[in-house]
Ligand binder design. Structure first.
Ligand code: 2NL
Length: 357
């Protein structure tokens, strides 16, 4: 009996893991284990011997059982200690800084322009990017044979086979939004129409989709003087300078008469653009008095009302204001460019295939 005790308690002390402990439990206390066999032998013993032997065997069984449990707990403690040593975490380390996302320059400039015109009483109008040819061209006094329809290099939508109606187009300007605003709200009216426009054009300085803001004001006695003041006020606010000087150059658009292209006084020194000073001029927008036929197309009586309109490119404006010389920053959403110009964003691979570095 002592021998058995020595053997098992010693082996349990030396057991390296739970599996070894389990093997020992089966060898000693399992159905065919040594202790169990000894228990069975009790049946053949004298009753007097049996009582003492039985009690001793039961004690031994309990001792082995207790030793197994104790060793199992000790092994688990040791394993936990090992894990804690391996997996420690310094919760006092400072956090890793994360780059803040920013609004896209085109969105930012759209917001800025909208806010400036809002201060002057202009509401924002929006409309469909797929337009009928009437809204995109006819209503704007651009008849079918007018060269502007070709000049615009329009994207045409498909028609079903045998459907001879003129196809819809991707709007080439946001003017149709203003035609719709005239029809909906009538005169007097002050709206701007920012949004995406499309022309089949693609080179260093042109992309097939770009952004435009057009403005329209209609009242009984608006003149080009009012137009000039509104544009000056806009330029002062947008370029954040106290004084600006604008120059109107006679021009031609089908939808305005008279028409003027507008230049702003500026200087280029050491590659640095300065607005409002110097002896250079830079074209920034097109404008004019709304053509009577366009007023009529919008359901407004040209004998009672007149107005001015203008159109400018947001992308170019954003590039000017933030000194971004390359279209790739906008149109490929190339994060290297955006980041270079202070519009840093995500630090992760992009949907465009990991141009984030
Ligand atoms: C340019 C020229 C312009 C307009 C847009 C307009 C809209 C209506 C009626 C009359 Cl509904 N005119 N828009 C007028 C003059 C010029 O844009 O060169 N934009 C970049």
């Amino acid at each position: 009996m002592d021998e058995l005790k020595q053997k098992y308690l010693g082996a349990i002390t030396d057991a390296a893991d739970e599996q070894a402990l389990e093997d020992l439990r089966i060898a000693a206390l399992g159905k065919k284990g040594e202790i169990s066999l000894k228990m069975r032998e009790l049946g053949q013993m004298d009753p007097a011997v049996r009582q003492a032997a039985g009690a001793a065997l039961n004690r031994l069984k309990d001792e082995i059982d207790a030793a197994l449990r104790a060793k199992k707990a000790a092994l688990a403690d040791a394993a936990l200690d090992e894990r804690l040593k391996a997996e420690w975490l310094d919760v006092t380390l400072p956090g890793r800084p994360r780059r803040m996302g920013t609004i896209h320059p085109v969105s930012q400039v759209t917001e800025e322009v909208t806010a400036i015109f809002a201060d002057m009483g202009f509401a924002v109008a929006e409309g469909p990017q797929i337009e009928s040819d009437w809204y995109n061209f006819d209503a704007l006094n651009i008849p079918p044979e007018h060269p502007a329809r070709q000049e615009h290099d329009t994207f045409f939508m498909a028609r079903a086979e045998g459907d001879d109606r003129p196809p819809h187009v991707l709007r080439t300007h946001t003017s149709p939004v203003q035609i719709r605003a005239m029809q909906t709200h009538g005169a007097p009216l002050r709206v701007i129409a920012p949004g995406r426009v499309y022309r089949m054009d693609m080179d260093q300085t042109h992309t097939p989709m770009f952004h435009q803001v057009e403005g329209l004001a209609i009242d009984r006695d608006l003149s080009m003087a009012n137009l000039k003041w509104v544009l000056e006020e806009f330029c002062r606010a947008f370029f954040e300078v106290d004084q600006v000087e604008l120059r109107f150059r006679a021009s031609h658009f089908p939808f305005t008469e008279p028409s003027a292209e507008v230049d702003i006084r500026c200087s280029w020194e050491g590659g640095q653009l300065k607005i409002g000073e110097g002896d250079g001029w830079m074209e920034i927008l097109g404008s004019g008095m709304v053509h009577p036929k366009v007023l009529a197309a919008g359901g407004i009586d040209p004998n009672e009302w007149q107005g001015f309109a203008f159109g400018l490119g947001i992308d170019r404006l954003a590039m000017l204001k933030y000194g971004i010389p390359d279209l790739r920053a906008f149109f490929e959403s190339d994060l290297r460019w955006l980041r270079h110009y202070g519009f840093a964003s995500l630090d992760l691979p992009t949907v465009h295939g990991g141009l984030s570095r």
